[in-house]
Design a protein around this ligand. Structure first.
Ligand code: GRF
Length: 204
């Protein structure tokens, strides 16, 4: 099934969002961003407004938050969701309403350094604390649980003894953008399928 209408969820700078906006404009991703939803004021919101995309800023502490998220998706008739630096945990109703239709990007080689509390520079600090020689980025389908679900794409980078968390972040960010765009392009063309834990890519 092709995905033509994307909703992007963000909480931060939105560099992944910007990469998706540019790819949709250049038609390397054959879909329209119908909604950018943010759970706090953030630069991603400004990027979306500048691109003329419909936005929704929701209060993540409101009792109605999860209902409003679902309503915004219904109103915009979004078919697929991308979590691009989104910090709120998804409601299980949302996850079951969009089975294998929600994609997340994470700045480590999952299942390592994922889950609650592993976000931003904390991820890279944990990588250094563990003495890892490689790290990387992962794009995956979202299932119940934080940073859980079948892996669509991963790519690694080297970690050096003199690295600071910021250095790793700087090396991981470009590969996040790269594998997210590759994965999204396949997703929107309807070429990804899941069998067990494995994601398969069909021929064009
Ligand atoms: C990225 O590192 C992403 O992997 C993680 O949050 C960060 C968002 O970066 N989930 P940006 O807001 O897209 O620049």
């Amino acid at each position: 099934m092709q995905i033509e209408r994307l909703a992007i969820f963000c909480s931060g700078n939105g560099s992944n969002l910007q990469a998706i906006i540019d790819a949709c404009k250049e038609k390397s991703i054959l879909a329209e961003i119908v909604l950018v939803l943010v759970d706090r004021p953030c630069f991603a919101l400004e990027r979306a407004k500048q691109a003329g995309i419909a936005t929704k800023l929701l209060d993540r502490k409101a009792a109605t938050f999860h209902d409003e998220v679902i309503l915004a998706l219904r109103e915009t008739r979004a078919e697929g969701i991308v979590l691009a630096g989104y910090l709120s945990i998804l409601d299980s109703r949302l996850i079951s309403a969009y089975p294998m239709k929600i994609i997340n990007v994470h700045p480590s080689l999952l299942p390592l350094f994922g889950g609650k509390g592993f976000y931003g520079l904390r991820v890279h600090k944990a990588v250094l604390d563990a003495g890892c020689k490689i790290s990387g980025a992962t794009v995956h389908f979202v299932e119940e649980g934080v940073d859980k679900g079948p892996i669509i794409a991963q790519e690694s980078i080297s970690v050096y003894a003199e690295d600071r968390p910021e250095d790793i972040a700087e090396r991981v960010h470009p590969i996040e953008h790269k594998i997210l765009l590759q994965s999204l392009s396949l997703f929107c063309e309807g070429r990804l399928s899941v069998q067990g834990r494995m994601v398969h890519i069909s021929e064009e």
